[in-house]
Design a protein around this ligand. Structure first.
Ligand SMILES: Cc1ncc(COP(=O)(O)O)c(C=O)c1O
Length: 449
């Protein structure tokens, strides 16, 4: 028998419920605060831009939430996703470590993002909403929502960070093909966008600014809601299909991970792979859960755990999270999906409580790892996902030095087929490492509420 490379599940093995770790926290999460009064708010205050069903999930005390049949029907277009044993990479790294990766790039949009986009579009459709507005950085989330809206017959408006809008025309075309309208942000369509343009006509945009625009659009149109691709509890929840499948597949491989790794922007793919392991961890399992972020935007490793706005125009509720300050505009590194000043409040708490850990890398070693991965395993990873690969290399090297095996599981959150310009820049020596933007962080921290 040849050694197995792929561990596949059948259509009927897609998880039928999402895993909610909120009820497992030692203390309940700190509530969101009203941006004006700074008083705690409940679901009702957010009902202007989110359907009640998603808000119930946001604050749910239930350990599991059933996945609706219509969402499962769409998940079946690409789920269960494959789990691979990276045997060729193991050889190339000369490591005794066993490396596994859960590949989310097989979705039509090319990443894990449709796992929540489909759920969010479904619940909004049920609530009678006609259109969803959102922001997108590199375009992964925007394409996922464009796809999901199309599946449920909703209109979709995407505010795309201007620098990506210019650098990634093909992502925009993909969104247009699925029927979404896409605007470069800051745009002249919203108060928030016009204010930024008045002060900084050449603003490259940021996720914080684009969120302000999308939230304003939803708040000023009765038939329109807002959808967020990361950060919020219900998004983390929807992504837990990833880790639940991975657990079944690791069992097929007769193995279990010593360390679980995911890259970290707002936290959703990391939540997807790691949260299903949190109950085990709280019950004494020694598994390590490692989130990996860019050193150019280091919210978890250099941010402050405090209340902050989710956006630049201070329209969103205040969330207790690790943050670099809502005014922080990160350098234009090529992992656009990791350029967010904040972090999921749920994962922030798990980091604070020592349940998960975090690391940061600069982009050159990340691209070096990405190219080695592509050259051994074949798949071209998204620059975001490649942060996780860098951490895998570090773990594999540690195993080699100790001369001891260890099982490493990571989430390969997406493919990099729309990121070839950044690979080209790397291969031709045009990519730079950014120093820790210490001064920019200090300046943005001063504006914390
Ligand atoms: C492929 C990919 N991975 C990871 C991320 C980071 O987001 P999150 O931390 O929510 O998974 C993004 C964001 O756009 C992405 O496109």
């Amino acid at each position: 028998m040849p050694e197995r490379t792929k561990f596949l599940l059948s259509d009927d093995q897609i998880p039928t419920a999402w895993v909610n770790v909120l009820p497992l926290l030692k203390e309940p999460l700190d509530p969101p605060l009203d941006p004006a009064t700074r008083k705690p708010i409940g679901p009702e205050a957010l009902a202007q831009i989110f359907p009640m069903s998603l808000l119930e999930q946001e604050f749910s005390p239930l350990p599991e939430i059933d996945i609706p049949g219509e969402v499962l029907d769409i998940y079946r277009l690409w789920r269960p996703t494959p789990l691979y044993r990276a045997r060729r990479l193991e050889k190339a790294l000369d490591t005794p470590a066993r490396i596994y990766y859960k590949y989310e790039g097989v979705s039509p949009a090319g990443s894990h993002k449709p796992n929540t986009a489909v759920a969010q579009a479904y619940y909004n459709k049920q609530a009678g909403i006609k259109r969803l507005s959102t922001e997108t950085g590199a375009g992964q989330w925007g394409s996922a929502l464009a796809l999901a809206c199309r599946m449920f017959g909703l209109e979709c408006t995407v505010y795309m960070v201007k620098v990506s809008h210019e650098q990634k025309p093909y992502r925009r075309m993909l969104m247009n093909t699925w029927g979404a309208e896409v605007f470069a942000s800051p745009s002249t369509r919203t108060e928030a966008g016009r204010a930024v343009l008045a002060a900084h006509p050449d603003s490259p945009g940021s996720l914080g600014i684009a969120i302000s625009e999308a939230v304003e659009d939803a708040a000023t149109h009765a038939d329109t809601n807002y959808a967020l691709g990361s950060v919020l509890n219900h998004v983390m929840l929807h992504q837990t299909v990833i880790g639940q499948e991975a657990k079944q597949q690791m069992a097929l491989a007769g193995d279990s991970p010593d360390v679980v790794i995911g890259c970290f922007g707002g936290g959703s793919n990391f939540a997807g792979i790691a949260l299903p392991y949190v109950p085990d961890k709280l019950n004494g399992s020694a598994v390590r859960l490692v989130a990996v972020e860019p050193a150019a935007c280091p919210s978890l490793t250099r941010g402050k755990y405090t209340y902050d706005f989710g956006d630049t125009a201070k329209l969103t509720p205040l969330l207790k999270m690790y943050t670099l300050g809502h005014d922080f505009v990160p350098p234009g590194i090529h992992a656009g999906g990791l350029r967010y000043h904040g972090a999921s409040p749920l994962l922030s708490r798990l980091l604070k409580d020592g349940v998960i850990e975090a690391r940061a890398y600069t982009q050159l070693p990340v691209f070096e790892a990405a190219v080695k991965f592509a050259q051994t395993e074949g798949i071209l990873p998204a620059p975001e996902s490649s942060h996780a690969i860098r951490a895998v290399f570090e773990e594999a090297e540690a195993a080699r030095q100790e001369g001891k095996p260890r099982a490493i599981l990571f989430c390969l959150s997406g493919h990099g087929h729309f990121d070839l310009a950044s690979y080209d820049a790397y291969l031709n020596g045009r990519l730079q490492d950014f120093e820790h933007p210490g001064a920019a962080i200090a300046e943005a921290m001063e504006a914390l509420p």
